[in-house]
Design a protein around this ligand. Structure first.
Ligand SMILES: [Zn+2]
Length: 80
């Protein structure tokens, strides 16, 4: 079975990740370090909503975490 070549367009990029959209597959390619995860647009929207919700909630958590002796960024980096 022949597969169409990917036709990706980079939508956003930062030091930690990039997001491309492939017109051939109609999926988002989310690249984080060596890992690429593909999401259909509806699923990608849900991912973004969930990430934003987590970030909003994290802002509320911040004062609690800051009482910990560990640096908050270290906590983030150690998470899987
Ligand atoms: Zn593709």
């Amino acid at each position: 079975m022949q597969r169409k070549a990917c036709n990706t367009e980079t939508l956003a990029r930062s030091e930690v990740c990039s997001v491309e959209y492939c017109r051939s597959c109609a999926v988002f390619h989310v690249n984080v370090g060596p890992v690429t995860v593909h999401f259909r647009p509806s699923t990608f929207r849900m991912l973004c909503t969930t990430l934003n919700a987590a970030l909003a909630r994290f802002r509320h958590v911040r004062p609690v975490l800051s009482s910990c002796t560990a640096n908050q960024d270290e906590i983030i980096d150690r998470s899987p």
